[in-house]
Design a protein around this ligand. Structure first.
Ligand code: ZN
Length: 254
């Protein structure tokens, strides 16, 4: 735990410190916390920007892609000059401009069954910013195995879904991602954006919600989205929450 905050830190984070749920002690906790974000796209952009601004001490960011012109419509960390450059390298530069004291670890490689556990072990909270089911299952399975909180989101068109997962906890109220979405199906969110299209602002909303879930989890405040899926449909301005239970037949979390 940090002993004190510097005068600069107190100024920078004044609007968080003033909140009674955060305060000086909460800010100290954020400054020593470590968050891993898998995917620096439509979700990874806002999540990383808000977490960097909030003073999350260490951010791990993973993406093996370069920026393409079609990313700029929603991936707000990048600009015209980023095209054809590594997403994680550009992201690191921009996030450090926002908050120079952060530590940012970049992973410019494909995250696979072979390397994921070793990476995830170094972090407190894991954010799923991926755009496909295979990766969502991969990250879920590793988080259950390594007892890490996973903040998951998916996007399609004008819609977003967000949930928080602590699947290693053996209670019916702690489903994992596979309990909620047992099979690969085209009928639920999680298709790649190339397949289905996406409005930029919906990625911003989902990523912002993920960033707040991360902060709440680190500080242990409020009520999280464990066992609940928020579904947002901005085309018709519909907001709803669905409850999920652990699937007793789940191959991962029982
Ligand atoms: Zn499960």
């Amino acid at each position: 735990m940090l002993k004190t905050l510097s005068e600069k830190d107190i100024q920078r984070y004044a609007h968080q410190i003033i909140l009674k749920n955060i305060g000086i002690d909460g800010q100290k906790k954020l400054l020593i916390s470590k968050v891993f974000i898998l995917g620096m796209g439509g979700l990874g952009s806002p999540v990383s920007m808000y977490l960097a601004s909030a003073g999350i001490g260490t951010l791990g960011i993973a993406d093996f892609d370069n920026v393409e012109i079609s990313n700029l419509q929603r991936q707000v960390l990048f600009d015209q000059k980023s095209i054809n450059k590594s997403k994680v390298e550009i992201a690191k530069k921009k996030l450090l401009l926002m908050n120079p004291k952060l530590k940012i670890n970049i992973y410019k490689k494909k995250i696979t069954k072979i390397n994921i556990d070793k990476i995830i072990k170094n972090y407190d909270v894991i954010v799923d910013g991926s755009d496909n089911f295979q990766t969502k299952y991969l990250i879920n399975d590793s988080c259950v195995k390594n007892k890490k909180t996973l903040i998951s989101a998916a996007l399609r068109g004008f819609e977003a879904q967000i949930t928080t997962i602590k699947g290693w906890i053996k209670s019916e109220n702690n489903p994992c991602y596979r309990c909620m979405f047992p099979q690969l199906t085209k009928n639920i969110l999680g298709e790649t954006y190339q397949d289905c299209g996406i409005v930029g602002g919906i990625a911003g909303i989902a990523g912002s919600l993920q960033s707040v879930e991360v902060i709440k989890d680190i500080l242990g405040i409020g009520k999280n989205l464990v066992g609940e899926l928020i579904i947002i449909d901005l085309l018709f301005n519909r907001f709803k929450k669905i409850k999920f239970k652990k699937n007793k037949k789940c191959i991962i979390c029982n």
